[in-house]
Design a protein around this ligand. Structure first.
Ligand SMILES: [Zn+2]
Length: 440
């Protein structure tokens, strides 16, 4: 998401922590991406099976990259062998470690400086902690607009927002991340605004913008419930980690919006969406990506990006894939029991899982640039922080004690390097006591 949306003017340059690629040529965006994105929207709505697109991707991988010919040869396969999607299972998988080691060999040969400028060279740590570099081409970045328009039609949300109105607000509670606004020529010339919960007049700003779409991670979206605003977005889009049924329902009641949880990776963009948040059930985004299951792990072939093909990429996320009909009536490939998307909960003395993000407002006032709170045992918490002076954590400790219901030793650990890098899923709260893969 952040990659798609370029800062046109930064509202507060002092908090520019996660700089995004700058893209100013909006007419160029329309000319270059308008038609391909319309095709993507139609393809998503048609539910085509994507076989010919996968063949084309495998052909590019085999003929234009340095990595895949050897990998395909080793598995005794060629792009010509693919007759149907099910044949993909014979192709070799790509691990995060290989993506990291062979990064340069995964680019298609024709990729030039202009393609790189249009795209995004990202870095992600993901859930496994192995950092990976990847490249997202321009079309994959702007795919998000096609995804929005697809959901708009699929969920019968009526007219798209008017040009010049606020199309999308990205709500954020991460400490001191950049806020900015820009135009979205590919989402009907609406405006985009990244809004930080802690910025001055956040409530008045949100009220004034009255966006058609509000997006963010569940912790950020939960802050909507505490804000004194009356906004009526048509769509609330949650990502990054699992959105609970309760929070989805509370957001729907509060705003009247359709609430959708979507599954996405930094390396690929959106992969699936859930018509029933909290169900763990997602419609896959065929024909933009093929999702398979290998020994309980989700494996992704990303059809969008032919400049940096990811064929059978092992995501590290656990889940199962089946063909079937969803209770909403749509049949197709369904991703079930998705877990491993990181939603950290802390454990109380009574053994109850609680949401530590209630401390977010307090933590934001510490005066550090980034922080991470780690529960090592029930009464043993470490605050890692980056930037700013050594914070006074007395209030945070008291709040933690109320949260876990007992005495807490709070250690602080200053970090010279940033804790979160651009493009990472930021894990602000981690519990080593209960593992960090807890599904709420
Ligand atoms: Zn459904």
């Amino acid at each position: 998401m952040a990659a798609m949306l370029a800062p046109e003017r930064s509202v507060d340059p002092h908090v520019q922590l996660f700089p995004c690629p700058v893209r100013r040529r909006y007419a160029w965006q329309l000319a270059r991406y308008g038609a391909p994105l319309s095709r993507w929207r139609r393809a998503l709505l048609s539910g085509e099976d994507g076989t010919s697109r996968v063949r084309a991707l495998l052909r590019v991988a085999e003929e234009e990259t340095a990595y895949y010919p050897e990998a395909f040869l080793g598995a005794g396969v060629s792009w010509r062998d693919l007759r149907g999607i099910e044949d993909l299972a014979h192709f070799p998988t790509l691990s995060r470690a290989t993506l990291q080691e062979r990064f340069h060999e995964l680019f298609a040969r024709g990729v030039n400086g202009r393609d790189v400028n249009e795209g995004w060279l990202g870095k992600s740590s993901g859930s496994t902690g192995e950092p990976v570099r990847f490249f997202m081409d321009g079309e994959s970045i702007h795919f998000f607009s096609a995804f929005l328009k697809f959901l708009w039609e699929r969920l019968h949300l009526g007219q798209l927002p008017r040009p010049g109105s606020t199309g999308v607000v990205l709500l954020c509670t991460l400490p001191r991340s950049a806020v900015y606004e820009t135009w979205l020529p590919l989402f009907r010339g609406t405006r985009f605004r990244k809004l930080h919960r802690a910025e001055p007049d956040a409530e008045a700003t949100l009220q004034r913008l009255s966006p058609a779409v509000i997006t963010g991670d569940p912790d950020s979206l939960a802050s909507l419930l505490e804000m004194d605003v009356k906004v009526k977005p048509r769509l609330i889009l949650s990502s990054a980690f699992a959105l609970s049924r309760e929070l989805a329902e509370a957001l729907r009641r509060r705003t009247g919006a359709q609430v959708v949880d979507y599954y996405s990776m930094a390396e690929t963009g959106p992969l699936g969406w859930s018509c029933e948040p909290g169900s763990g059930r997602f419609h896959t985004l065929l024909p933009a990506a093929v999702l398979e299951e290998s020994a309980g792990e989700i494996v992704v072939t990303n059809i969008r990006n032919r400049l940096f093909p990811l064929v059978r990429y092992r995501t590290g996320d656990a889940g199962s894939i089946r063909a079937g009909t969803c209770p909403c009536g749509e049949s197709g490939t369904i991703l079930d029991a998705l877990s491993g998307r990181l939603a950290s909960r802390f454990l109380t003395r009574e053994g109850v899982l609680v949401d530590p993000s209630q401390l977010q407002a307090l933590l934001c006032r510490l005066g550090v640039r980034q922080f991470q709170l780690i529960q090592r045992a029930t009464g043993d918490v470490t605050l890692r922080h980056h930037g700013g002076p050594e914070p006074d954590v007395t209030e945070v400790r008291h709040a933690l004690e109320r949260l876990v219901g007992g005495a807490v030793t709070l250690l602080t650990e200053p970090c010279a390097a940033p804790i979160f890098l651009p493009g990472e899923k930021p894990l602000v709260y981690r519990s080593e006591r209960v593992g960090c893969d807890v599904q709420p």
